[in-house]
Write a protein that binds this ligand. Structure first.
Ligand SMILES: [Cu+2]
Length: 602
């Protein structure tokens, strides 16, 4: 059992890895240094990250000894810490970042969500060749946006082993968000296993890190709840589909230690406040594979920014943050007491944790993890279901599986997609440039028969009494800058073979796929249909993804759009920056497994 394994882990030791402000003193990052921008409590606070400000930065990528789990090992770091230093830019500045590679392999830094010229985007093979050992590459570009972002390696698996850090951009004028203090809260996942080993394990056995199969005990409780017939047919169906309804995340707390600003849960990263203050928490999910559900028991959070862009304030108890997303929230603790920042992995196999407190050393209870979510028939892409039609669903499942086994063409399921999507109002003058004609194949083990619009839910696994942020809650604070309707539509299916750990767009591996071509200046609608049973945070480099979530011209601008299982959603893109751009799932091992395309704007 998982719980057993977890308790066998040695207690995390707090290691003084954080060489606070060391980079400022020793790293030669003196030119353009604007310490006045920072109030004393930020500069001096204990337990805070190194912060580099100004417009000139010297960054060094190197191997650094770390210890998150009780075992001493190495991380690939930026300036010697995990996460790397907070980079603080100002909108309107031109920033110069010299990145020196002290590894024995190639490296790179990608500025996630930042609108740079294509040759500054940091993706080896697309933007530039990468940074060779002992070489220094100088990035330079104007900063034309503000908000909370992050940076990370785009070279092989370096992101998993520590090569990431927060990136904050102050607006040129007054910040429209009012707050008295702010903290970066960067969540991530650490494993002592070599990421190549993790990937091989997943390739050989996709549920390698999932021990949460349902047992005989849960069978009997399901029978009591749902009756024997429904329980039998549901389980039979999942077996036929070669899936477990408990496969939520591919890599779990079985190997991961979840970090909050580079601190394991026991180290309890702590941020201070004075009661009554408005505290801005800048949440960044810098994980390789972990989606988190974040809450602060007894403290409502008001979401004010998503992926760096201001949204109309919305107050919630909890939000789900997918890999690579950022959310800024305001909290206003009134009591002279401590609060736990609790970020449980979506599969409930572990959590990251920190504390907000009026004094150092105070703690609040750490809540038990919620029950783990179960995948449902909606996730399966079979629409809404009830006990009544379970049998019918099972028959469909059997048909699909049988056809799969015999390699039969499932036929024109794409036409079903369209007719079954009355919720989506896909513009009038659009020509579908990529009619998806998918069939079951070694790369595609499922096709959503009835993908649904699911923007008004955060997904499964939340108790009903909690207010949980949904994508439909995100209304941009400012009207979009390009109000033209899209001139065409590109539909892409998020596909995979769970068992073989193959992940693709439209059933095609990156190596077999043609680039997606956009004409410079055109406005397009990207439609994503998730045929798989996993969530996929889809990240388009260089261009904004304006999520069509029912707010008209106030669509939120995102850089990463999480697509739930069985979901169909769309966003608009203005192809305003030429070049070769990466477009991929931000689950690191999904990207590596093939879920990646090149977008060429010319
Ligand atoms: Cu993915």
């Amino acid at each position: 059992m998982y719980g057993q394994r977890n308790s066998e882990k040695r207690p995390a030791r707090t290691v003084s890895r954080r060489r606070f402000v060391q980079g400022l003193v020793a790293g030669g990052v003196i030119a353009g240094l604007d310490l006045w921008r920072w109030p004393a409590w930020v500069r001096g606070a204990d337990n805070q990250q190194e912060i580099l400000t100004g417009n000139q930065f010297a960054l060094v990528v190197e191997q650094t000894a770390i210890n998150f789990t009780g075992y001493r090992t190495h991380a690939t770091t930026v300036n010697g810490s995990v996460p790397g230093p907070v980079l603080r830019w100002r909108e309107g500045d031109t920033v110069t970042l010299s990145v020196t590679n002290r590894l024995s392999e190639m490296t790179s830094i990608h500025w996630h969500g930042i609108r740079t010229p294509a040759n500054m985007d940091g993706v080896p093979g697309l933007s530039f060749p990468g940074i060779a050992p002992n070489e220094t590459f100088v990035y330079q570009f104007p900063v034309r946006q503000s908000g909370t972002y992050w940076y990370h390696s785009h070279s092989h698996f370096q992101e998993q082993i520590g090569h990431y850090g927060p990136l904050i951009i102050d607006p040129l004028g007054k910040d429209p968000i009012e707050y008295d203090r702010e903290y970066v809260v960067m969540l991530s996942d650490w494993t002592d296993e070599h990421p190549q080993t993790v990937f091989s394990n997943l390739k050989q056995q996709s549920d390698y890190y999932n021990f949460q199969q349902r047992t005989l005990g849960t069978f009997f409780s399901d029978v009591r709840k749902n009756g024997l017939g429904a329980t039998l047919s549901e389980r039979w169906m999942w077996n036929r589909m070669n899936m477990s309804p408990t496969d939520i995340l591919d890599v779990s707390g079985a190997t991961y230690t979840y970090l909050l600003n580079g601190q394991p849960p026991d180290a309890n990263w702590t941020a201070l406040f004075r009661p009554g203050e408005r505290v801005r928490l800048r949440f960044i999910n810098g994980s390789s594979m972990s989606i988190f559900d974040v809450r602060i028991p007894n403290l409502p959070m008001t979401v004010v920014q998503a992926d760096g862009n201001a949204v109309e304030p919305v107050t919630v108890d909890e939000f789900r943050i997918s890999v690579a997303e950022t959310y800024d929230v305001i909290v206003q603790p009134q009591e002279e007491s401590a609060y736990t920042i609790f970020a449980q992995a979506e599969d409930r196999t572990g959590y990251a944790r920190g504390t907000l407190a009026p004094k150092t050393g105070m703690t609040a209870p750490v809540p038990p993890m919620d029950p783990r979510p179960l995948r449902t028939m909606v996730d399966m892409g079979m629409g809404h279901t009830s006990g009544m039609n379970m049998e019918k669903q099972s028959m469909k499942a059997e048909t699909a599986t049988a056809s799969h086994e015999h390699g039969m063409d499932m036929g024109d399921t794409s036409s079903t997609h369209k007719s079954s999507m009355p919720e989506m109002q896909l513009g009038t003058e659009t020509a579908n440039s990529s009619p998806a004609k998918l069939r079951l194949s070694p790369e595609v083990d499922n096709i959503a028969e009835m993908p649904t619009e699911r923007l008004s839910t955060a997904g499964e696994g939340f108790p009903p009494e909690r207010r949980v942020l949904a994508y439909s809650d995100l209304r941009a604070r400012y009207r979009g800058t390009d109000l033209r309707p899209p001139s065409r539509e590109i539909e892409l299916h998020l596909t995979g073979n769970m068992e073989r750990f193959i992940w693709t767009f439209d059933g095609k591996l990156f190596s077999d796929a043609e680039p997606i071509r956009l004409t410079l200046g055109e406005r397009v609608r990207i439609v994503l249909v998730n045929d798989s049973m996993m969530e996929h945070p889809i990240h388009l480099h260089g261009l904004w993804s304006e999520l069509e979530n029912g707010h008209g011209e106030f669509r939120p601008y995102k850089h990463t759009v999480n697509v739930k299982p069985g979901e169909r959603l769309s966003y608009l893109v203005s192809a305003d920056t030429p070049g070769h751009w990466a477009f991929h799932c931000h689950l690191l091992y999904h990207m590596e497994a093939g879920m990646f395309r090149t977008v060429i704007v010319s």
